[in-house]
Ligand binder design. Structure first.
Ligand code: ADP
Ligand code: MG
Length: 265
């Protein structure tokens, strides 16, 4: 392994599966008991939309990304780094596991710049500072990361200090930086489907790329495929799995495919 920690598994919990991912949390606790090193990154899509509408703020999506003005950013940060993060950490700890919740801002873990002015305060990861993870993991805790980044690069005066970042991208960049053995993205579809809607259980990086080019992979699936392709520079295995299936995470790790695996050609 390319890092000093050992084999790390990076898991991303999809926004849509939040709330129905209790078996994923049980699986994490079980994997932790087995001595596996896990880093968890979560989204929060549906809950953010709910809280934005409570505040009378409507959401617009461009290329699967939420356009983020300052008011939206406040809600995004509060919901992701607050409610969603703490709920996951509380559940892990409640089941006898050990977890610490942080965001990409904590310990300057995720350093970012604005991705595209048109999308507002959405960040792209420039640098990952592994120190917080290298501190938390050997202490026996699962770091649970909310995808908020520090606005560290090219920040105009007056711009917010934090940026909203797609959780798939954060998971992918953490996987690359830490030299993860695998990246597993839990979502609320069966995996990557072809144009007829049938699951594609296994793809090469070239095939995955072609599905993005042809538009078969679109919207929220794009950052997932991109994260897998990035992670494959160090990971031996990346997968996008159906988090609605009971124990999808454990089953995937035990080798019973429950979605799409993207692996080297
Ligand atoms: P998450 O909260 O897990 O990040 P997203 O909604 O962002 O979920 O991304 C998953 C969505 O990607 C699916 O619900 C589906 O609408 C969309 N999608 C686009 N292309 C595909 C494809 N080829 N196969 C499966 N889902 C796809
Ligand atoms: Mg998404």
């Amino acid at each position: 392994m390319s890092n000093k920690l050992g084999k790390v598994i990076v898991v991303k919990l999809g926004g849509a599966t939040l709330g129905s991912h209790d078996t994923a949390i049980e699986d994490m606790v079980e994997l932790q008991k087995q001595g596996k090193l896990l880093v968890v990154v979560h989204g929060g899509g549906k809950l953010i939309t709910e809280w934005l509408s409570k505040q009378g703020i409507s959401s617009r999506f461009v290329q699967g990304q939420r356009v983020t003005d300052e008011a939206t950013l406040e809600v995004v940060t509060s919901v992701l780094a607050g409610l969603v993060n703490k709920e996951i950490v509380a559940k892990i700890n409640g089941l006898g596991g050990k977890a610490v919740g942080i965001s990409g801002v904590d310990g300057a873990l995720i350093q970012a710049r604005i991705k595209d002015r048109e999308l507002g305060y959405i960040g792209t990861v420039v640098q990952v500072n592994l120190t917080p993870l290298e501190t938390i993991l050997p202490s026996g805790y699962i770091p649970v990361v909310a995808p908020i980044g520090l606005h560290s690069f090219d920040k105009p005066d007056g711009d917010p200090l934090m940026l909203n970042i797609n959780a798939d991208a954060v998971a992918g960049e953490i996987a690359v930086a830490i030299g993860a053995d695998s990246l597993i993205l839990l979502t609320d579809v069966v995996g990557i489907c072809n144009q007829s809607g049938n699951l594609l259980p296994q793809l090469s990086p070239g095939e995955a790329e072609a599905l993005m080019v042809s538009g078969v992979v679109s919207g929220g699936m794009i950052p997932k495929v991109e994260a897998c392709l990035r992670a494959l520079s160090t990971a031996s295995n990346t997968s996008i799995i159906d988090g609605r299936q009971p124990h999808a995470l454990l089953r995937e790790i035990e080798g019973q495919g429950v979605g799409t695996t993207i692996k080297g050609d």
